[in-house]
Design a protein around this ligand. Structure first.
Ligand SMILES: CC(C)(COP(=O)(O)OP(=O)(O)OC[C@H]1O[C@@H](n2cnc3c(N)ncnc32)[C@H](O)[C@@H]1O)[C@@H](O)C(=O)NCCC(=O)NCCS
Ligand SMILES: Nc1ncnc2c1ncn2[C@@H]1O[C@H](COP(=O)(O)OP(=O)(O)OP(=O)(O)O)[C@@H](O)[C@H]1O
Length: 185
């Protein structure tokens, strides 16, 4: 069953707008005020999100892109996924700035914004776990400069080269195995 249908079956039609689309605000109110319901939503959405991500990565890799950026809000909280990634990047800023920007972007009351931040791992902890940090407390130009430096690093990373070699060997082994099977039939 698609994730959307599972969400509807669990939370009921009150999470829909009149036009049948998901009422994100309503669902947000439910899950951010109830840890159990948040866990349920995560268990319904994450398998589908992870599958989609894997396909996107494969597709972009086959198209020749040097790397793929996965924007995952709950990367460190919810799974061991980060262990399988080439590297992790945290975009961080001062706590007060984070709060102000969230209020301005989503038009939340202060309490609601604080709650949304508190249900996630603190930025300070994410910084400890990340391989790269982009400091975004300043203006966008300062952030852009750091992104460009990181982009250069990722493009020249030796880990990518090793990954390509390992992938090449695996494809070769698979081809040899496949041809051998064909010849023995
Ligand atoms: C609950 C939903 C409908 C609320 O949508 P809305 O547009 O109001 O908020 P938005 O998506 O912009 O998220 C607002 C903030 O909440 C955080 N957040 C989103 N989902 C979650 C979650 N499951 N647990 C903790 N924090 C979350 C985001 O990082 C962001 O900081 C939406 O966030 C959602 O469908 N979440 C479940 C999917 C999910 O788990 N996504 C993130 C992990 S990959
Ligand atoms: N350097 C900056 N200067 C000014 N405003 C910024 C800066 N960086 C981000 N913002 C603003 O802060 C808000 C949050 O940024 P953004 O949506 O990119 O964060 P996010 O990490 O993707 O958030 P979430 O995880 O909640 O989806 C946006 O309104 C964005 O325009």
């Amino acid at each position: 069953m698609p994730a959307f249908k599972k969400i509807l079956a669990h939370f009921g039609p009150e999470i829909l707008q009149e036009d049948g689309q998901l009422n994100r605000e309503r669902l947000g109110q439910i899950i951010f005020s109830d840890k159990k319901q948040r866990k349920v939503l995560n268990s319904l959405t994450h398998p589908a999100i992870h599958r989609h991500m894997v396909w996107q990565v494969i597709k972009l890799f086959c198209q020749g892109h040097k790397y793929t950026i996965l924007d995952i809000p709950l990367l460190f909280e919810t799974s061991n996924l980060h262990k399988y990634l080439h590297s992790t990047v945290v975009v961080s800023c001062e706590e007060e700035t984070q709060l102000e920007r969230l209020i301005a972007r989503n038009h939340y009351e202060e309490d609601e914004a604080r709650n949304r931040i508190q249900v996630q791992m603190p930025l300070s902890k994410k910084i400890e776990l990340a391989d790269h940090i982009i400091e975004n407390s300043g203006d966008l130009q300062f952030t852009k400069e750091q992104v460009l430096v990181l982009h250069q690093r990722l493009c020249t990373s030796y880990k990518r080269f090793i990954f390509m070699v390992v992938l090449g060997i695996l494809v070769l082994l698979y081809a040899v195995f496949f041809i051998r099977n064909m010849l023995t039939i």
